[in-house]
Design a protein around this ligand. Structure first.
Ligand code: TIU
Length: 229
């Protein structure tokens, strides 16, 4: 199904069968107290507002049978995939692999690394563990998308200027058309989120497009009206 929506800096058109929703790192470690985000000194409450819009976006993607990828930033328990430079970030005792209230910080399999319940993946949706900020670094994501003939990606998740923007830039360089849904992403720093939205869509969409969630939801309702006729 070909859809076209209002977006910035220009309308965004995509074929739903050739598009994937990429939900970036909606994990307890970033969204809840006691995880990696808080260990780095951030106010995690800044991210709460994007959970409900992200869930609406996910419901919409499921309703149009779009491919869904849920990424999680998490490291192997032996830290073999965590470079020393990354390991040394943050205060001693609160670094990656250290014990916290949700298990070892940013370690795969610990409760902190899991998704918040509102954004839990369903069977058939791809869960992609990644050791870096970008979803394409040291993962099979590009191959996985190519095998499915996917050419457009809809992005959401946290944080806007770190893992979301890095992943969008990686995808843009690989030739994907990238759309970021404004309400479904958040930063610990609201002005960084705004700056990221601005820089993505500047220069004629140098990294991609941004759109309000309402553009997609409205479209779904108009599709339902069409389907009833
Ligand atoms: N610290 C921060 O803003 N973000 C991260 O470390 N990872 C993600 O953005 N997922």
């Amino acid at each position: 199904m070909e859809l076209g929506i209002n977006a910035q800096p220009a309308p965004f058109s995509f074929e739903t069968t050739r598009t994937a929703l990429v939900m970036i790192d909606m994990q307890r470690d970033f969204l809840l107290p006691g995880g990696f985000g808080e260990a780095l000194g951030n106010d995690v409450s800044q991210l709460a507002g994007c959970i409900s819009p992200a869930r609406q976006l996910l419901d919409w993607a499921r309703s149009v049978r779009m491919s869904v990828v849920h990424t999680k930033e998490a490291h192997a328990p032996d830290l073999s995939d965590c470079p020393p430079a990354k390991l040394q970030r943050g205060a001693p005792g609160k670094r990656i692999g250290d014990p916290g209230p949700m298990g070892r910080i940013l370690i795969d399999g610990e409760s902190g690394s899991d998704f918040v319940p509102e954004l839990a993946p369903l069977a058939g949706e791809r869960v992609l563990r990644k050791p870096g900020k970008g979803a394409f670094y040291a993962t099979d994501l590009d191959d996985w998308l190519q095998k499915r003939n996917i050419s457009s990606l809809i992005f959401a998740g946290v944080t806007t200027e770190v893992c979301v923007q890095t992943s969008m830039r990686e995808a843009n360089d690989r030739g994907y058309n990238c759309l970021l849904i404004e309400e479904a992403t958040a930063s610990y720093f609201p002005h960084f989120k705004q700056a990221t939205l601005d820089m993505v869509r500047a220069q004629g969409g140098i990294v991609g497009w941004t759109a309000s969630l309402g553009e997609l939801i409205v479209d779904r309702e108009s599709l339902n009206v069409k389907a009833r006729k």
